[in-house]
Design a protein around this ligand. Structure first.
Ligand SMILES: NC(=O)c1ccc[n+]([C@@H]2O[C@H](COP(=O)([O-])OP(=O)(O)OC[C@H]3O[C@@H](n4cnc5c(N)ncnc54)[C@H](OP(=O)(O)O)[C@@H]3O)[C@@H](O)[C@H]2O)c1
Length: 326
């Protein structure tokens, strides 16, 4: 079968599109892969000295959608449409950039009603993470009348799907992006305002900044998260999922004990199957279907994956990219 293989030593991984013996695959459920999605993490496994890839060689691809060919546990009938996202897929287990995949049955999700395989991969783990972030904010008590909701990294995968989901839920969305040229795209998704990366907090050196945001969906981390925490309104919350801007942030205790703000961590990897399925169902019901093609930047073949991994790794992908496999 054809696959995108990441091979060689972790200090200098090599990416190639090549023929691979399907017998290297292990797992209960054999899937005929139709679509895969490209995520930031797919680029991380190709970086020298990364701590994300756990096996070599590795078939990349953290997201896949396809139909079941066989299931040794009897859970899924042949022909069932399924998704594989999260767990070790594409990092410690061969992933979705291939014509076939085999997965442990617990890592497989049924395709949620309302999405076909292509739509599910347009949303992918990025969309799942955006949905999980909004659900956590809502669980914290956030409602649209509380005030503006900030989305960071807004032109990327998590960010663009978060803008669309939050706007559809009635929030006044401020989209923060380093790419001013994507303002029209972000307004199309429902953003009321587009601001720069450095306009999240005020410039004062005080530990507490001006109260700006009722809530925030942040996939950037680093200094961005530092600024968000000191700029949340009283009782506000930030759902934090990523680190494209850095894996360290600083805070004093004051936003937490003076303004009762909440920092909510979002994980799409180890989350238990019932919650994973619930978030997928919510995403299928709440993402505006007319915006699927707006967030899709392009649809590529396996041959184009190596180039796209470089682009997403350097923040140059707008919205989402999917791979049509068969
Ligand atoms: N917790 C989880 O389970 C989970 C799940 C999915 C993703 N993630 C993480 O979430 C992050 C985003 O993933 P993604 O798939 O959305 O990636 P993506 O499509 O590449 O989008 C990331 C966005 O971050 C912004 N960005 C990039 N470099 C930056 C920098 N140096 N400083 C500030 N902003 C920067 C850019 O947005 P603008 O150009 O608009 O500024 C970029 O489009 C990644 O760190 C990923 O690992 C975590």
């Amino acid at each position: 079968m054809r696959a995108v293989l990441i091979s060689g030593d972790n200090s200098m991984p090599a990416v190639s599109v090549t023929e691979v013996d399907p017998n290297i695959l292990e797992g209960d459920v054999l899937v005929d892969v139709h679509f895969a999605g490209i995520n930031f993490k797919d680029s991380l496994v190709t970086r020298p000295n990364n701590k994300v890839a756990r096996i070599t060689p590795l078939i990349g691809g953290v997201d896949l959608a396809g139909t079941v060919l066989s299931d040794s546990t009897g859970t899924y009938e042949p022909g069932a449409a399924v998704l594989g996202t999260g767990h070790g897929i594409g990092t410690s287990w061969h992933g979705g950039f291939a014509e076939r995949a085999r997965l442990p049955v617990g890592w497989v999700s049924p395709l949620p009603a309302g999405l076909d395989q292509r739509a599910a991969m347009i949303l992918g783990t990025a969309g799942w993470t955006a949905m999980a972030s909004l659900l956590e904010l809502e669980r914290s008590g956030l409602v649209p009348s509380d005030g503006p909701l900030l989305v960071t990294g807004a032109a990327g995968g998590v960010g663009s799907t978060a803008v669309a989901l939050a706007a559809a839920a009635g929030f006044d969305v401020a989209a923060s992006s380093g790419r001013a040229q994507e303002a029209d795209f972000l307004h199309q998704l429902g953003a009321q305002r587009v601001i720069g990366r450095d306009e999240i907090g005020d410039a004062s050196p005080r530990v507490l900044g001006e109260e700006r945001w009722a809530g925030a969906i942040d996939c950037v981390g680093g200094e961005t998260l530092t600024q968000i925490i000191r700029s949340l309104r009283y009782g506000g919350a930030v759902a934090a999922s990523g680190m494209t801007g850095g894996d360290r942030f600083t805070s004093s205790i004051f936003p937490f004990i003076v303004r009762a703000v909440q920092l909510l961590g979002i994980d799409s990897v180890e989350v238990a199957p019932p919650k994973r399925h619930h978030v997928w169902q919510q995403l299928a019901q709440r993402f505006p279907p007319q915006l699927l093609d707006t967030i899709l930047e392009r649809e590529i073949s396996l041959d184009d994956v190596p180039e796209l991994l470089e682009l997403i790794g350097s923040g140059q992908v707008r919205g989402r990219v999917i791979v049509e496999i068969t």
